[in-house]
Ligand binder design. Structure first.
Ligand code: UDP
Ligand code: MN
Length: 376
């Protein structure tokens, strides 16, 4: 047996102890890495649960990445089903119940509506009022009030559509919107606010009228201001009001699905009742096309609120085509001097006369005389 020199024996001992030390270090690192991974997973799960409870925007505009799949099920990669097929398959409210009743012993609706599909087919074809009312009206109450049949909705949403002489657009909007709103398990009503006469259109003033008149009918907590020609393409774009005002029509086909500019608040936007009160609603002074939505964005900023947005793969719309309205040449003047008028021009200076209110099967029709640019 060869004799091993003492010096070598010592070296072996050292290298043996070094390697056992290395093994221990290795195991230690593995444990640390595994713990970090577990912590990250736990935190992710926890935040997903709490976030979904808040109905908050999943991401603001500065975080354009995909939101987590809040549906808890795979999203259909391509839209399926006809408008009415889907509608008929969903369990919905019956016309015999009251929109404002407490719902008896119904459980609260789940934070994530279970029947969402993700991307949906947009139906641009016109459907007659008769067919629409037959297909959609049976699960709505007069005035276009809808609510989930089997659970209590978290809030009550008024959808305000400023309107004049776009009959086809209105029918197409209703055909697309009602089924989506019901899938989202919302308690809601649609108000079509029609400007009487043929003077310059005042979109913002019609929104203010819709807000006031809606509150005379029900204690709505959330208001969605909705152009008649925008059709949502994804039902994860929930028609509710998060903690901050939300611009909903982020990606529109005619703008190549890109936000035209950072402060845009036109198209479709959502505000809580107290936020709309805080900013004194829209200005009443924007007659003709343009400016009123930017003025609202300024009001929001001035009152230390901020515009939130869902990401572009969800907050997606198609716009129906129409001829371009004549732009209001004085819009910049009012826009630049807006700040001085926030307190005095808006909900608290609104003047109009309601010529007609009718609870139609699919919406509440408000026909209003809002005067003219000369009278304001
Ligand atoms: N609108 C209307 N009739 C009009 C002008 C405007 O109903 O004669 C409403 C309608 O809801 C429309 C919105 O005001 O979607 C915005 O006007 P428009 O579509 O002309 O403006 P855009 O945002 O497309 O430039
Ligand atoms: Mn338009």
């Amino acid at each position: 047996m060869p004799t091993i020199p003492a010096s070598k024996l010592g070296q072996n001992n050292v290298s043996a102890s070094q390697s056992s030390c290395c093994i221990r270090l290795h195991v230690f690192y593995k444990v640390v890495i595994a713990s970090v991974i577990i912590l990250v997973i736990l935190q992710y799960c926890f935040s997903a649960i709490t976030e979904s409870h808040k109905y908050e925007p999943w991401f603001s505009i500065s975080h354009p990445q995909n939101p987590p799949n809040a549906l808890g099920k795979p999203i259909a990669s391509s839209p399926t089903g006809s408008l009415f097929e889907r509608h008929e398959n969903e369990s919905q409210s019956s016309a015999s119940t009251n929109a404002t009743d407490s719902g008896g012993n119904l459980p609260k609706c789940p934070p994530v509506p279970p029947h969402l599909e993700g991307p949906i087919t947009v139906h641009k074809e016109d459907v007659s009022t008769e067919v629409l009312e037959r297909k959609l009206g049976q699960s709505l109450q007069p005035g276009g009030f809808g609510k989930p049949a089997n659970c209590l909705a978290k809030e009550s949403v008024a959808i305000i559509v400023p309107y004049r002489a776009r009959e086809t657009h209105l029918r197409v909007l209703l055909a697309n919107l009602h089924p989506l709103l019901r899938r989202q398990q919302l308690q809601y009503a649609i108000f079509v606010v029609e400007q009487a006469g043929n003077g310059p259109f005042n979109r913002a003033m019609l929104m203010n009228v819709g807000y006031k008149e809606a509150l005379r009918l029900n204690n709505f907590t959330c208001f969605i201001f909705h152009d008649v020609d925008l059709l949502p393409e994804d039902d994860r774009n929930i028609y509710s009001c998060p903690e901050q005002p939300r611009h909903m029509s982020v990606a529109v086909d005619v703008f190549s699905y890109k936000l035209p500019y950072a402060e845009i608040f036109g198209g479709v936007s959502a505000m809580r009742k107290e936020q709309f009160e805080l900013v004194n609603g829209f200005s009443n002074l924007f007659w003709g096309w343009g400016g009123e939505d930017d003025d609202m964005a300024n009001r929001i900023k001035f009152h230390k609120l901020h515009i939130s947005r869902y990401p572009t793969n969800i907050a997606r719309y198609k716009m129906l085509s129409h001829k371009k309205e004549k732009a209001n040449p004085t819009r910049y003047k009012f826009l630049y001097s807006g700040k001085r008028r926030f307190k005095t021009d808006g909900l608290n200076s609104l003047k109009y006369s309601l010529k007609k209110r009718e609870l139609k099967p699919l919406y509440t029709w408000l026909y209003v005389d809002i005067g003219s640019s000369k009278s304001s």
